[in-house]
Design a binder for this molecule. Structure first.
Ligand code: GLU
Length: 428
């Protein structure tokens, strides 16, 4: 196995943990193969009149627990291998939380920052035009992921509606509130991770005001988890984005930093740009330096594969909460475990987003609109219950939290497959 294949790395964990969980070989075999994978060419008329082709993907990994669910990523590194891995993780994630969904993921290989708003709209719509027969409210329900947002989900829904001559808000989640989106979806991923952090800190028997946190990645997830943890009393001592990071022992005011980032587009631009510099002294640090800071909680909130066997030895955090999908390669799992670092895995820690997507889908299907309080309360119940179940399984079966989360999910998926019958039933 080489780290160059994200999907192979994802399979390493599934294989090993399915064996640990005593899952039937026939069922394990079924989990190694995505159910459907489609690659499409997306022609877009650019603003200068030229025609450009982009590569698009959608993978429906496994649908034993329900229609498949997962985001659409717009990023230059999107490829078939990554989409399959992300779709597999969605399968595990939905099962860990107990949502009635299988896992999927999609993406387009593009740097959306290089497109005009009109080009971006045309690209988003052509993706749905080409994939309209593969998705659907009972089949596969897309949502936002890296570099996609509610406006893009709105365009995608509108395109689906016009192709199918229907109104189907439940075909996509993460929509603008005005178009059937759910209150509380915008900060749901960060809030879910925050709820996991609260539980973890309680288990560590530490006071919130004693906790220092470093966040790698300052997009939607990273911002909201940092904001909520700071409001709860924790000190956010380091934050970075793809350009680099900042560190201050005294901690940052996350909201001001976010406002500055919105103005200047990246954290680097705010190092010495008025208010942030005046607010608190800080040092510029690289993303690698941030990962090895001596903090209580490290939160990787950017892309996959940032913690490897090469830098895992240098991690000094007491705990890691994975808000990105797949930030730790499987080769680093044992190193972190032997250092006594607790890892709350992505399939649990970042599940707040898909959980509120599920609430959005339920509201759309039943014609209801829930209040923000309702959504946040239900999210808290789901996340806390899943965290506790994973924690207890880890304690009882002497497993890491990642192993426990996978074992819980794999048992659930396996029970559903068994209900159809495997060789034990047909030939047993
Ligand atoms: N893209 C998010 C994830 O990786 C959310 C998916 C969804 O809401 O369906 O979990």
């Amino acid at each position: 196995m080489t780290a160059s294949s994200t999907f192979q790395d994802a399979l390493v964990r599934v294989r090993a943990l399915a064996e640990l969980a005593n899952i039937d070989l026939e069922i394990i075999e079924g989990l190694l193969h995505p159910k459907e994978l489609i690659m499409v060419s997306l022609p877009v008329r650019m603003d200068d009149g030229s025609q450009k082709y982009f590569s698009g993907y959608r993978c429906r990994y496994n649908s034993i627990l329900g229609p498949t669910k997962g985001g659409v990523r717009f990023h230059p590194n999107v490829n078939e291998d990554e989409v399959k891995a992300l779709a597999l993780w969605m399968t595990i994630k939905c099962a860990v939380i107990g949502l009635p969904f299988g896992g999927a993921k999609g993406g387009i290989t593009v740097n959306p920052k290089e497109l005009s708003p009109m080009e971006l709209e045309r690209l988003s719509r052509v993706y749905i035009r080409v994939l309209a027969d593969f998705i659907g409210p009972h089949r596969d329900i897309p949502a936002p992921d890296v570099y996609t947002n509610s406006r893009i989900m709105g365009w995608m829904m509108a395109e689906y509606d016009s192709i199918k001559r229907t109104h189907a808000p439940d075909v996509i989640t993460g929509k603008p509130i005005e178009l059937g989106g759910s209150l509380g979806r915008d900060d749901a991923t960060g809030r879910g991770a925050y709820l996991c952090a609260l539980e973890l800190i309680r288990k560590m028997e530490r006071a919130l005001t004693d906790i220092s946190v470093a966040v790698q990645g300052f997009g939607n997830g990273g911002y909201h988890v940092a904001r909520l943890l700071q409001q709860a009393g924790c000190k956010i001592v380091a934050i970075s984005d793809s350009q680099g990071g900042i560190y201050a022992k005294k901690g940052f005011d996350v909201e001001s930093l976010w406002q500055e980032k919105q103005r200047s587009k990246h954290i680097k631009g705010v190092y010495c740009n008025g208010s942030i510099c005046e607010m608190v002294e800080h040092e510029s640090i690289s993303n690698d330096e941030l990962l090895s800071l001596e903090v209580d909680i490290l939160i990787p909130a950017a892309l996959e594969g940032v913690i490897t066997k090469d830098n895992a030895h240098g991690i000094q955090a007491k705990a890691i909460i994975e808000i990105a999908n797949g930030p730790i390669l499987s080769e680093a799992d044992n190193i972190l475990h032997s250092k006594g670092i607790k890892v709350v895995p992505d399939v649990l820690a970042n599940a707040g987003g898909v959980t509120v997507s599920y609430f959005e889908w339920v509201q759309n299907r039943s014609g209801q609109t829930w209040t923000l309080e309702d959504v946040q309360q239900k999210l808290k119940e789901k996340m806390t219950a899943a965290f506790e179940a994973v924690w207890d399984l880890a304690e009882n079966e002497k497993r890491t939290l990642r192993e426990a989360a996978y074992i819980k999910a794999l048992r659930k998926i396996s029970a559903a497959v068994e209900a159809h019958g495997t060789h034990n039933y047909f030939n047993g």
